[in-house]
Structures are given as C-alpha cells and as structure tokens.
Design a protein around this ligand. Structure first.
Ligand SMILES: [Zn+2]
Ligand SMILES: [Zn+2]
Length: 179
C-alpha cells in the first residue's frame, strides 16, 4: 500500500519499544480502515531496511546505522539526500522526516496535503506535495506548497477539519533544499 493511501498516523501512548502507530487508510474496497504498524514497519520497511538503523533527525545526520542499512539508501543519505523531507513553517526551513511524523494526509488525484509534526520542534506544518514525494523514497519535490500559518497542537481534531483547513488555505511555494 502506498503511503499516500494513509489518512492519519498516530502514535499510541504506552508502547515505546517498539513504538506502535495506529494508521487509518483508504482501502481498495472503498472504505476506510484502521491498522496497527510498528515503528520499523512504518519508517524502515518502505526503504527495504531492517531494524536497527538509526538516523538522527535532530541533527539531520547519519549518526550510526545498523549492518542492515542498504548500501543504496546509505549512499543517498551520505550525499545529503533524505528519503522524505518537509518544510517546517515555524522554523522556516526544510527538514528530513520519516512517515511516523506524518500526522494527517489527504490525497487527491493530484497533490497530497500533509500535516507533519516536526521531529525537531514538534510543531505542525501543512505542506502540499506530489504523490511521488510521499510514495517514492528519495524522491523529494524541489518546490512544495506551504501554508503560512502557525497551527496549535490541537488544530485538527478530525480528518474533516484537516481537509477543510487544507482546501481553504492558500499555499506559498518553498524550495525544499536541505543543504
Ligand atoms: Zn477494505
Ligand atoms: Zn520544526
């Protein structure tokens, strides 16, 4: 299932090792379902990596990686190319990210609206990206849409609220260069 079929990703309180996430997704049958994914399944499986890899998102650096880390992925990351990235509006900068930080998603035939909880500052940003940006690791849009607004922690209580906010917002373009 592509990541863009996900609608919401929420870490369940309690379980930390491994962290467990409740994921709501658009199913092929036409309805929405919930599923549970571990941190590894959510963040590493799309890269074809096993457990034990460790990338430091706080410093945007590869601190240490397990033996399982694929050479291809490691090569990308050493060149400063990240599997996923987003634009943190509160910090006015692009940041690397993993799917477990995608709080809410809504895919259309065209772009994907994305509410991301920044792994560094913990605040929410709304981005508008292409589907490959979400679904294809290491495909990062050069330019994305950003809502220029500071959102409160509890801004989007429901998916409907998120969609309403997204489609009534205006987006400003930002370059996604991480360097
Ligand atoms: Zn179904
Ligand atoms: Zn941030």
């Amino acid at each position: 299932m592509p990541l863009s079929a996900f609608l919401s990703i929420e870490q369940l309180p309690g379980a930390a090792h491994p962290a467990v996430f409740r994921v709501r997704f658009d199913c092929g049958c036409g309805s929405e379902h919930d599923g549970l994914l571990t941190h590894d399944e959510l963040d590493w499986a799309p890269l074809g990596l096993g457990a034990g890899a460790y990338l430091n998102l706080m410093t945007s650096r590869l601190d240490s990686v397990g033996d399982e880390l694929g050479e291809l992925a490691a090569g990308h990351i050493k060149r400063g190319e990240w599997p996923w990235s987003f634009f943190c509006f509160p910090e006015e900068r692009a940041r690397p990210v993993f799917p477990s930080s995608f709080a809410l998603l809504t895919a259309t035939d065209g772009p994907v609206g994305l509410a991301v909880r920044c792994p560094s500052c913990r605040r929410l940003s709304l981005n508008l990206v292409s589907q490959p940006h979400v679904d294809v690791p290491f495909h990062n849009d050069r330019e994305i849409g950003v809502v220029e607004h500071l959102f409160a922690e509890d801004s989007f209580a429901t998916l409907d609220e998120f969609r309403a906010e997204l489609w009534s917002s205006s987006f400003d373009a930002r370059r996604l260069a991480l360097a």
